[in-house]
Design a protein around this ligand. Structure first.
Ligand code: FAD
Length: 286
């Protein structure tokens, strides 16, 4: 069984930043998709670092990525045991490895559309905001107009902008009395013809096979061919299946808490890497 000083799970900014800070140790960085960068690969808007797009920011971060760090792409970690071993599922094989320190950088996940507390079935045309962002930015598919976005956090506002710029009529529905998200993401709405409904939410989805509208709690009927749930992100720690692990797990980035800005993610990952280095040093001193 191969042994690594540090296993880093997740190749987004958190995992990449942690691995870079571990240079000199025997590190394995595991990413289940076919490239590093995580969520930033689908973020084509500007706003990362000095006004870069997500992919531009990633290529900057990767430009000085140490060559001696082992990277396993298209590989999912499917189990972590209390004995400090991990199961890696490669495309065509499975492998067990052992590690001294573990850094968890698995990001966050969206609340699935099934979790929306809305009456009615889930006909075609109901998506999460991340799904729509991937449809537009990676696959070039524009969902049909008009669209209703439920929730006004950053991801909802960014998707509203993508849709509006692609000639989709957009209504944002927010249950609170004001929009959420960063000020800079709210600001662009001022120049755009996006309808905003606050203090209300979607109570019913209309349509049999495909969605044709929604009904709000105040009875307003809004025609819609697309409904997008932007109802929040939750840290993804599903890999931790056992109740107790008898060792410290260094959790960083969006799988620790949902960070609005990339710089915070990188700093948090460096903190996790330093904690792992400190444990290794302490164990070597014993
Ligand atoms: C829509 C959106 C827009 C944003 N816009 C901005 C912005 O404009 N400016 C800014 O500064 N910040 C922005 N952020 C915030 C921030 O930059 C990101 O949230 C941050 O990059 C998250 O990094 P991460 O590494 O923690 O997670 P992720 O990027 O999600 O990376 C996690 C990685 O772990 C992998 N993974 C998960 N489980 C496993 C497993 N079991 N095995 C192997 N791999 C696994 C995933 O495939 C993924 O690649 C935005 C965030 C979102 C969601």
């Amino acid at each position: 069984m191969k042994h690594y000083d540090v296993l880093v799970i997740g190749g987004g900014i958190a995992g990449i930043s942690a691995a870079k800070a571990l240079d000199g140790l025997k590190v394995l960085l595991v990413e289940k998709s076919d490239r590093l960068g995580g969520i930033l690969n689908q973020c084509l808007h500007r706003g990362f670092g000095k006004d870069m797009t997500g992919p531009e920011y990633i290529s900057g971060i990767l430009s000085d990525f140490p060559e001696n760090i082992n990277v396993a792409l298209k590989t999912a970690v499917t189990d972590i045991t209390p004995q400090k071993t991990a199961t890696l599922r490669h495309e065509n094989s499975t492998e067990e490895i052992s590690f001294s320190e573990l850094i968890l950088a698995t990001g966050c996940m969206e609340r699935p559309t099934g979790h929306m507390l809305i009456a009615g079935s889930r006909p075609e045309g109901v998506y999460t905001a991340g799904q729509v962002q991937e449809m537009i930015n990676i696959h070039g598919i524009i969902p049909p107009s008009p669209a209703v976005i439920l929730g006004s956090g950053d991801i909802g506002l960014i998707v509203a902008k993508h849709l509006f710029e692609n000639n989709v009529e957009v209504t944002i529905v927010e249950i609170k009395d004001q929009l959420g998200g960063l000020a800079r993401n709210r600001m662009w709405l001022e120049g755009y013809d996006v309808k905003i409904m606050i203090n209300t939410t979607v109570k019913k989805i209309l349509g049999e096979e495909s969605i044709n509208g929604v009904v709000l709690t105040d009875g307003t009927h809004i025609p819609a061919k697309t409904l997008i749930a932007a109802t929040g992100l939750i840290p993804d720690r599903e890999i931790l299946k056992y109740k107790n692990y008898p060792f410290e797990i260094h959790i960083c980035g969006n799988c620790k808490e949902v960070f609005p800005m990339v710089e915070g993610v990188a700093r948090d990952a460096e903190r996790a890497a330093n904690a792992a280095i400190e444990n290794i040093r302490r164990n070597n001193d014993r």
